[in-house]
Write a protein that binds this ligand. Structure first.
Ligand SMILES: NC(=O)c1ccc[n+]([C@@H]2O[C@H](COP(=O)([O-])OP(=O)(O)OC[C@H]3O[C@@H](n4cnc5c(N)ncnc54)[C@H](O)[C@@H]3O)[C@@H](O)[C@H]2O)c1
Length: 271
């Protein structure tokens, strides 16, 4: 059911790879709530072609951009403004990648070239997006920018590996840029810390099944789904949350505030 929360708003959504993607579900929800959208992903991801289905469903153009390339991001912002015929109201950064995780290198034995690539794609890219938008004055006043993060930025999850460091940097960039963009244009910048979710990036983490089941058992409300994420994200893009900025917001069914739950205590007692 639509509440028209994003009626008349225009946004760019990074990172819809397939139906499971957090960005995919968010694009559908933003469209349902009345927004116009530009979809973007890495050229290599576009070649897989899945995104065309989404583009058709929400009548959105697709503009390829590798988030590690300033010239790609500059072209994306220019072409998006041209398409919209004006400035942008929201951006979702839903991008992450680690070759060390993909290749199974443990945290104590990283390939540091790949580590730098992880930081570049998963964190510094957020600064790039914000900087390009800032320099081009591409965002309307009270625009809202959101990036996706995970609680491994605050606590250790051994197999989350170097992505934990990338997420810490990402959250710090949201705070720092949120200050500067708030002063300049009243633009707000936040990160949402999402429950583990079965997606291509999520499932790449070693032991993901154990990870997601543990989290489910430790969350009073259970893990938040991709669809639920999309709903929360819409509220942050809407005018109802205008004074929320520079925050890391947990969307995790209560996991981050829970020490232990009764089912976990019972399970430990039975072992
Ligand atoms: N799935 C989870 O459990 C979970 C939990 C918390 C946070 N997150 C975060 O959510 C975000 C989205 O991931 P997802 O779980 O939807 O998985 P996903 O694999 O569907 O999305 C990751 C996206 O990053 C894109 N990408 C990778 N390299 C890129 C590049 N160089 N340029 C442009 N795009 C690039 C991929 O093409 C893909 O679309 C990531 O930041 C991830 O860390 C995921």
């Amino acid at each position: 059911m639509s509440h028209n929360l994003l009626k008349g708003k225009k946004g760019i959504i990074f990172g819809a790879l397939n139906e499971q993607s957090l960005a995919w579900q968010t694009a559908l929800k933003c469209h349902e709530e009345g927004a116009q959208i530009v979809l973007t992903n890495a050229p290599i991801a576009l070649r897989m072609g899945e995104i065309n289905k989404l583009a058709e469903a929400i009548n959105a153009p697709i503009i390829g951009a590798d988030v590690t390339k300033m010239e790609d991001l500059a072209a994306l912002i220019d072409q998006s403004m041209e398409h919209f015929g004006g400035k942008i109201d929201f951006i979702l950064h839903s991008v992450g990648m680690s070759m060390n995780i993909r290749k199974g290198n443990p945290y104590t034995h990283l390939n540091h070239e790949w580590e730098l690539k992880t930081l570049d794609i998963s964190a510094v890219s957020f600064h790039r997006v914000l900087q390009v938008a800032y320099e081009k004055d591409a965002l309307n006043e009270w625009a809202s920018v959101v990036a996706l993060t995970y609680i491994a930025a605050q606590r250790v999850f051994p197999d989350y590996n170097e992505m934990a460091d990338a997420k810490s940097l990402l959250e710090s960039i949201a705070r720092s840029f949120g200050y500067h963009y708030g002063i300049k244009n009243k633009v707000r910048v936040n990160t949402i810390s999402q429950s583990p979710t079965r997606t291509t990036a999520g499932s790449g983490v070693k032991g993901f099944d154990g990870f997601i089941n543990f989290s489910e058992a430790m969350s009073p409300l259970g893990n938040a789904s991709a669809e639920a994420f999309a709903g929360y994200c819409v509220t942050l893009f809407s005018d109802l949350t205008k004074y929320v900025t520079m925050q890391n917001l947990y969307h995790d069914g209560g996991y981050s505030s829970t020490g232990v739950t009764q089912p976990v205590v019972d399970k430990m007692a039975s072992e």
